[in-house]
Ligand binder design. Structure first.
Ligand SMILES: Nc1ncnc2c1ncn2[C@@H]1O[C@H](COP(=O)(O)OP(=O)(O)O)[C@@H](O)[C@H]1O
Ligand SMILES: [Mg+2]
Length: 672
């Protein structure tokens, strides 16, 4: 399948003769002859066959002169005293011993008065014999009835032959008009796509066996003749783990494409982790019986999760901290490293989420816990700016952690370490649009952890799909870049959906380029932002086109072959222009896999909802919040922190106000 270099250069231009049409005409003539032969075999009487050669001979010789006579040996029937040529079905053929055909009268004719058959050799006038034979034996040959069947069959054959030949000749003619592709991506139909990616077995092609996308962009030809091949664009199963990319403006069909993938994953019984910010997949694909989990702290179905469970080994705490405090947009490494280290330190004390939250939003609590370690210097009270910067970062994360349910509010406990071992059930990460900003660190942490576990957990061979729709609504996921670009032998396909390259670049910087070019299967939908559509056009690739330039010398005809083959214009142009990408209709796009590019039209799958997309967690009465005044901050994102008291160690202030229960909902403007 692979093409090397400019193999096209060595190719001759096809001849300009409409070869296919001529072939059609010739084969039609053959067909007509064949039909006549068939007619002869099937419906000619024995007598007609017997005299045929004599009939032609007499006809040919009789043409020359009216008086010419030749010698003939004819079988005749004896009736009374006279003799005449046999006609129609008066005789039948019998095998005879000497190899020559023998004849005998049919029984019916014996009764009619024919006495016997006899061979007569004599000289006859050619023209006369021909006329007699024509009238007595071959009267039907001159009639339309005889030719009718072969004629209509031939007309039908000719139409069919033209029908096949004309498009082929047109394609050849087009080559002269538009040039031909030498190198670069190839625009194919779905049938060709499947055929090229399939494995050929004997003469049959075994279709690729991986996931497929329904393509409604089918020509009538494929629809009629290659229905099986043309309805789905199939990806080979061994290329699935090389990831998928789906790019397009909002409302162009990213979710429609992802939905197709998810229903196939479901059917195959594989596991999936679905980041579903619009809560559009959860209702359709959530299945409690399968053991699915919903990670949304505001959802009543969210299990109890504690960051402490995620660090079976102390060294892992820092990795987890790296996910939580990404280094995007920070000039000073210190403000990335310090919060990470402090967080890792706190985490290794195995707190509950509530304790951890409480510590992180209280400078005093942190001071107490880092006392005597090298970390204490990072938040030294002497360096106010430094201290408030680090504490501010911790505070922001604490804000997200505050949303986590307490163990008493949930029915089960869940963590990524255990889940990754079995991978039972799917994981859905959802968020309400109004809460997204605040939940972002938490959701990003979960996703990053899951990526990390999947990359490193080898104990199960269960394929796990990672579906990240609207990738840019997350913060930078450090593990994701590694997972996508390193592309180890892991069996975990990533499906990345986002709107434009700029969004991803803003998060991932220069790694974005590598990350976005890595996936083997890319789907490009309408993208109107000029830079982004330009990038898509480049990602699809350029083709090199060779155009035919006529160099006919004056008055010379026909054109010599040599001068034709000399004349070539080679140009490079994008296979798909940026403006084409910008002008696509919703649910229309291009699928690129390897060197093959396919025009796609996605159907909108209407799937039944099986589950509620969101069940709000009932806010339980909690001890009244403690208002903790943090120290004056310079960079702190939250000037004042509203804190829920942790259950285990309620601070003194909380005890005093225990009588006034407050609803969680009242604490943050984000709650609805
Ligand atoms: N129920 C429906 N039936 C048919 N088309 C729909 C339906 N719902 C949405 N669409 C159309 O499908 C297209 C793709 O939607 P979607 O896949 O959600 O886009 P994206 O995920 O890229 O934002 C949109 O143009 C939308 O108008
Ligand atoms: Mg969508």
């Amino acid at each position: 399948m692979a093409e090397w270099g400019r193999k096209g250069y060595s190719k001759k231009w096809p001849s300009r003769t409409p070869v296919w049409t001529w072939t059609a005409i010739l084969s039609t003539l053959f067909f007509f002859a064949a039909m006549l032969t068939l007619e002869y075999e099937q419906s000619w009487t024995v007598a007609e066959r017997l005299y045929l050669s004599d009939y032609f001979k007499s006809g040919a010789l009789g043409k020359a002169s009216a008086t010419s006579a030749s010698k003939y040996t004819l079988l005749e029937a004896v009736i009374g005293k006279g003799q005449r040529l046999v006609m129609g079905d008066e005789i039948e053929q019998i095998p005879s011993l000497d190899g020559r055909p023998g004849y005998r009268l049919t029984e019916q004719r014996v009764k009619d008065g024919i006495v016997r058959l006899t061979w007569v050799t004599g000289t006859f006038n050619d023209r006369g014999l021909h006329r007699v034979m024509g009238e007595a034996v071959y009267s039907n040959i001159g009639s339309w009835d005889f030719y009718q069947k072969p004629f209509w069959a031939t007309v039908a054959f000719f139409c069919l032959a033209l029908f096949l030949a004309v498009p082929k000749d047109r394609t050849r003619r087009m080559l002269y008009k538009h040039g031909r592709r030498l190198r670069g991506p190839e625009l194919v139909t779905t049938a060709e796509f499947n055929e090229k990616l399939g494995r050929s077995k004997m003469i049959r092609v075994q279709l690729p066996d991986g996931v497929s996308f329904i393509n409604e962009d089918i020509g009538w030809w494929d629809k009629t003749f290659h229905k099986d091949l043309s309805r789905w664009a199939r990806v080979p199963r061994d290329r699935e783990a090389m990831h998928f990319l789906i790019v397009g403006d909002s409302g162009t069909g990213k979710s429609a494409a992802i939905r197709q993938l998810l229903s196939q994953i479901w059917e195959r019984g594989e596991a999936a982790i679905v980041y579903d910010p619009a809560m559009e997949y959860l209702p359709q694909f959530y299945n409690e019986a399968r053991g699915d989990v919903i990670l949304n702290p505001m959802d009543a179905r969210c299990p109890f999760w504690s960051p402490g469970d995620e660090v079976p080994h102390e060294a892992e705490a820092l990795t987890l901290a790296a996910s939580l405090f990404p280094d995007q947009g920070r000039e000073n490494r210190f403000f990335v490293e310090a919060p990470r280290k402090i967080f890792a330190h706190l985490l290794n004390l195995k707190p509950t989420p509530q304790e951890l939250t409480y510590w992180m939003s209280n400078a005093g609590e942190i001071d107490k816990r880092v006392e005597g370690t090298e970390l204490a210097a990072m938040i030294d009270k002497g360096a106010a700016n430094q201290r408030s910067g680090v504490l501010g970062s911790l505070n922001m994360v604490a804000d997200a952690f505050k949303l986590l349910p307490k163990e008493s509010e949930t029915t089960c406990r869940w963590n990524t370490v255990e889940w990754a071992k079995e991978r039972k059930g799917w994981v859905f990460l959802t968020s309400k649009a109004t809460m997204r900003e605040r939940m972002r660190p938490l959701v990003s942490l979960w996703l990053d952890l899951l990526v990390l576990r999947l990359m490193n957990e080898e104990s199960t061979k269960r394929k796990t799909w990672f579906v990240l729709d609207e990738l840019a609504s997350l913060q930078r996921l450090p593990q994701l870049t590694t997972a996508v670009t390193e592309n180890r032998k892991s069996n975990n396909p990533m499906v990345l959906g986002f709107q434009g390259k700029a969004q991803v670049e803003a998060l991932y910087g220069h790694v974005a380029e590598a990350m976005l070019s890595q996936p083997a299967t890319k789907i490009f939908l309408k993208t109107s932002e000029p830079h982004a559509s330009e990038w898509i056009s480049k990602a699809i690739g350029e083709i090199e086109i060779e155009r035919f330039r006529e160099t006919r010398t004056h008055g010379q005809f026909p054109v010599g072959r040599k001068s034709e083959s000399e004349a070539r214009d080679i140009t490079r142009e994008p296979l798909v222009m940026a403006s084409e990408v910008a002008g696509l209709d919703p649910l229309h796009g291009y699928l690129k896999h390897g060197n093959l590019v396919l025009r796609m039209r996605f159907p909108y799958l209407e799937l039944k909802d099986h589950a509620e997309k969101y069940i709000e967690r009932k806010a339980t009465a909690v001890p009244s919040p403690v208002i903790v005044k943090s120290e004056p901050k310079v960079v702190a994102p939250q000037p004042e922190v509203v804190q829920m008291a942790p259950q285990r160690k309620p601070p003194k202030a909380a005890k005093q106000q225990e009588q006034q229960p407050a609803q969680v909902n009242e604490q943050h403007p984000y709650f609805e």
